[in-house]
Structure formats: C-alpha cells, structure tokens
Design a protein around this ligand. Structure first.
Ligand code: C2E
Ligand code: MG
Ligand code: MG
Length: 561
C-alpha cells in the first residue's frame, strides 16, 4: 500500500473538521474515524448523522492545527497506538476529548483509526467538585487547599505568604454567638481585601485564620507594610448585633525564597510566626525556632489530655476574706499543673489550651468534684462544718458545652455537702454568649443553693442589662483595677462605680489582687465586702489552706478581734 504524503493527509484531515465542529456543536459521547488511503470514513457515532449540513470547513480548523501534525507524526512513527487528551474550543466553552490513534500494523502508513471520547461533563464535574473543595463556603475565598493550589502555580521565590490570625476569636465567637461570628468573619475578609494590592490574593485557611499570597519584588518590608495596613483596617470599629467591635489580629510572614520544602510547609511557617506575633504584638516573620514553639504547644495539649485522664492536676486554694472582719469566708480553687517532666504550667497558659481543645469540659468537671472532696475532707477533719465555702471557676466554653448543674448535684450527693458551700465564678463572656441557655444554668445552680459570682468584672462587654436579670450574688472586681489603685484616680473612680452599682443591685463585692494592708483598708472603707490577694495568702495546697481555717480563719492583721 502506497504511503501517503503528509500534505495529502493534511488535506484529508480537512474533512475531519466536520467532525470537530460536530463534536463542538453537538456533544457526541464518542466518535470514531477511519483514515484510509486518503479518505475519512465516519461511522459508529451515536448521533453522527447530525453532522450533515454543518457548513463549510474553516481554513484554520482546530482539527488540522492540532490533530493534523499529531496524526502525521503517528503515521510516521513506529507506534501502534497513541492516547492523549485533546481540548477543542476556547477556554470558556471548550470540550475535552480523550483521543486514541491506532492501527493494526506499523506498516500501514496511510491507515489508522482515530477515536474521540467526550469527557467534558466528567471533567466539568470534577472541576466544579474541586472548586467546591477548594473554596470556603462562608466567605467565597479559596480555602487552605485552594490556597496551596494558588501558591503552587506561582514562582515561590518572588512571593511571600502572610498568615493572619484574629485575636481572641474563640472568645468573640462564644460571646456573640456563631451567626454573628460568621458575619464578623465575612466583614473581616472584606476589610482585609480592601487593604490588599490588586496582585495579592486572600484565602481563608482556618476557622479564624486568613492567608495572603503576595508578590515580593525586592523589598521584604512590603510584607510588613501590608501587615500594618491590615491591622489598622481591622481595629477601626464596626457594628455587629448590639456591639461595637474592633478586631485585633496577629500576622506571621514566611518568604517563599527562604527554605521551605513545599507549599504546605511555607504556610505552616507563616502560621508558626503568628504564634510569636501574638506575643510581641507586631507582625513577625518566620524564624527556625518558631517550629519548636509550635510543637511545644501541640504537645501541651497532648500532655494536658493525659494529665486530666490520670488526675495529675491539683487545685490550689486561695482565701477570700470578709474585709470588715478579716475572717476567711471562702477559698477560690485554682487549677495547678506540674507535668511529668516537673515543669509547672500557669493556668493562664493551659486554660486557653483546654478551652480551645474542649478539654475544659473534663477539666471543669474534675475541678468541681475535687473541690467538693477537699471541702468534705476539711469538714471531716473539723468534725463539723468547717466554716468556709469553696469557689470554682467556670469558663464560658465549659458552660456552653456542659450541663453544670447535674455535675455539681452529683458531687454534692457523693460528698454529702449542701449547695450553699459552693460559689461558682463565671465571666461576663459566658453570659453574653448564649443568655437564655446560661440563664437556665444559673437558675438551676441557684436552685441547688449556690452563690454565683461574676469574675473579672469590668474587663468584659459592659452590657449591664444582664446584671439585673440574672441571679448574680457577687461582683469580683478585676485585679487590673485594684493593683496600683492608690496611685491612680481613674482606677479609684472605676472601683467606686462598681461598688455603687453592686450596692444598687443588692450584690456583694470581692476585690481581687489585694497585695497590701493599705489597699485592704481602703477597699474596706469604700464598702467592698470581700477581699482576695497575696496580702492574705497566695493560692495554697489544700493542707496549708486548712491550717489557715484551723488557725481561726483570721488572716487580717487589722481585723477586729
Ligand atoms: P481568676 O479566677 O481571676 O483567679 C485569680 C487569679 O489571680 C489567680 O491566678 C490568682 O493566683 C491570681 N491572684 C490572686 N491574688 C493575686 C495578687 O494579689 N496578685 C497577683 N498578681 N495575682 C493574684 P491563677 O491561679 O494564675 O489563675 C488565672 C486564671 O486562670 C484564673 O483567674 C481563672 O480565670 C483561670 N483558672 C484557674 N483555675 C481554673 C479552673 O479550674 N477552671 C477555669 N475555668 N479557669 C481556671
Ligand atoms: Mg476566679
Ligand atoms: Mg478573677
């Protein structure tokens, strides 16, 4: 059989453009062409007959432009079969085919079959699935996976990745409720977008974390400048439900040109830098030691989980005194944790980790049970009611996720204590989060006979309406107002205002952080009911705390006899 000249093939291929156009205009699931000695036969096409009347063959047909050279190359090769993907049409409306060119003998240099299998709908489904998988449904921004895809497509050396973490978002979210939290995230995304340059891209890479891919020409300072613009735009207050919100964020920067083995690691580096930015308050770029810090936080969660399971936590007890008489009325139970390596962790570090990881629920239950056991133990040693109560802290997240009243009730049952031996300390954020649910819990706790105290009062969201509606007995004035109060008129005014508010509402007051006798006396003179602080005692082991009650419970040097 005579071999066909490439020109002849090219000419003959013109005919196949009909097929191309048919494929384009009428989606045909599969088409099959046979090229024989200079002529194309078209057969075995489900709807091939529709090809008729499709019009004149275009001069520059995509079939000729694309497939012609490939068919010629195939015929001239030693191959029996060649498979490839072929895209027909422009990017918006294109169709995707799997093309197979085959022949039975290599010697047949002018005869082959060409099959087209339309894969358009399959590929489109895959693409829209991929799009869905890589888009954050709340903000419409690329999600973490989409962000990785984006970075993958860029020259890493010319780019930086910024990770932006909303400070205290968990707290805001639990205070405002998740719907308002969503709205907050959408607003934050819009604001950040407004601070970007046209060529920067924003993504949402975690619950409260955004990522930016930015081109860096030469000057790394550009990334810091962008970070500052973002911080400025977020601190401008905006309204959300009933609150004026101003959002603070921490920014970590990682440069593509620095060592990061892959895209995921580059993003992680920016996230590690965020952790340091949270401490310094400035935008920080990645340093190799950040990795070690991040690993330490992760291992803290693991170790804390184990410590709770193995009951390695302890409670320390700090006395709360009646300022008028100087007698101890209660002990606040404060969690203490020394890990297996002997390292002591502060509650201000591990309580937020417990809250973030949900470990606060078992931790909180344990604290209630442990405090009840200790108090019952003191009563037993005393031979009767030992004269004091215990105060246990409840975190906002714990109140949302757990049903506290039955937990306390069970602890009372197992120890034989009555509910009036317990004070529960809540923070303002707990109350604002889900007022109806929390009100229900508070009434259930009151029904057990407990005292309810509002902890750290003055630092939260100053919505005072709830104070009247909820069964709160005591306001604990935050330490930040008490420390240094004697040298600061503003602090004195705040403390006075809180005291008169409490008086008007029929509540008692506890001043936190009393470190000197002078402060204790001033607060007593101002009418504050109770006091707590290093002046009386630091948080103590249960045994040492009991010794204070045993000593008569009088810890104030100026107290009346
Ligand atoms: P808080 O409930 O406001 O507890 C008072 C904190 O102030 C304690 O810190 C206490 O040691 C400290 N403090 C008391 N008097 C003074 C003073 O005169 N000067 C100074 N500088 N500090 C004083 P601590 O034990 O580090 O606890 C910190 C916070 O951790 C607590 O603040 C509480 O919010 C939280 N926390 C501790 N234990 C638990 C717990 O079992 N559950 C929950 N949910 N939170 C806990
Ligand atoms: Mg407290
Ligand atoms: Mg407090």
């Amino acid at each position: 059989m005579a071999s066909m000249a490439p020109e002849a093939i090219a000419q003959n291929i013109v005919a196949t453009d009909l097929v191309a156009r048919a494929l384009e205009l009428i989606p045909i699931p599969a088409a099959h062409l046979v090229l024989t000695g200079g002529q194309f036969d078209l057969f075995a096409m489900n709807r091939a007959y529709r090809l008729a009347g499709l019009g004149v063959v275009a001069e520059r047909s995509p079939m000729i432009a694309d497939l012609g050279p490939r068919i010629i190359a195939f015929l001239e090769s030693q191959l029996i079969r060649s498979d490839f993907e072929w895209v027909l049409g422009d990017t918006i409306d294109c169709r995707y085919y799997r093309v197979t060119i085959a022949r039975s003998f290599v010697a047949l240099r002018d005869r082959c079959t060409i099959s087209f299998v339309d894969q358009t709908s399959q590929i489109q489904t895959e693409r829209s699935l991929r799009r869905e998988m890589t888009t954050d449904s709340l903000t419409g921004l690329p999600n973490r996976e989409g962000f990785e895809d984006l970075i993958e497509g860029e020259d890493r050396n010319a780019n930086a990745v910024l990770a932006i973490d909303i400070d205290r978002f968990g707290r805001l979210n639990s205070c405002l409720g998740s719907l308002a939290g969503d709205e907050l995230l959408i607003t934050v995304a819009r604001r950040i977008k407004g601070a970007l340059r046209a060529r920067d891209t924003l993504a949402r890479i975690g619950g409260d974390q955004f990522g930016i891919l930015m081109g860096i020409d030469s000057d790394r300072e550009e990334a810091y400048a962008l970070a500052q613009r973002i911080q400025r735009t977020l601190t401008t207050p905006f309204r959300l439900t009933d609150y004026e919100i101003s959002v603070e964020c921490s920014v970590g920067i990682a440069y593509g040109a620095d060592e990061a083995s892959d895209v995921a690691e580059l993003i992680r580096h920016a996230q590690f830098a965020v952790k340091r930015a949270k401490v310094s308050g400035r935008a920080e770029s990645y340093l190799p030691q950040d990795f070690a810090i991040a690993r330490a936080q992760f291992s803290m969660e693991t170790a804390l989980r184990r410590a709770i399971e193995n009951r390695e936590l302890r409670l320390a007890y700090q006395p709360i005194c009646d300022l008028a008489t100087g007698r101890i009325v209660s002990f606040e139970a404060l969690a203490r944790w020394t890990d297996l390596q002997g390292q002591v962790h502060c509650p201000t570090n591990f309580i937020p980790v417990a809250e973030e990881s949900g470990l606060i629920v078992p931790l909180g239950r344990w604290a209630i049970e442990e405090a009840a056991q200790t108090l019952a133990g003191w009563d037993a040693r005393h031979g009767a009611h030992c004269g004091v109560k215990v105060a246990v802290n409840l975190s906002a997240i714990q109140l949302q996720r757990d049903d506290i009243a039955p937990v306390l009730s069970a602890a009372l049952d197992s120890t034989g204590l009555t509910g009036d031996r317990f004070t529960l300390e809540l923070t303002e954020s707990a109350i604002v989060s889900d007022p109806d649910r929390i009100a229900g819990t508070m009434h259930a706790l009151k029904a057990l006979g407990t005292t309810l105290a509002m902890d750290d009062f003055g630092t939260g969201y100053s919505n005072l309406a709830y104070l009247q509606r909820l069964p709160i007995d005591v306001l604990k004035i935050d330490r930040s107002f008490v420390t240094g109060m004697l040298a600061d008129r503003d602090k004195v005014s705040i403390v006075r205002a809180i005291l008169s508010l409490a008086q008007a509402l029929g509540m008692k007051t506890t001043a936190e952080g009393i470190e000197t006798n002078e402060l204790a006396q001033t607060l007593a003179a101002l009418g504050c009911t109770f006091g707590q602080g290093y002046f009386y005692a630091k948080p103590l082991e249960a045994g040492a705390a009991y010794a204070m009650i045993g000593a008569g419970g009088d810890v104030s040097p100026f107290a009346p006899g």
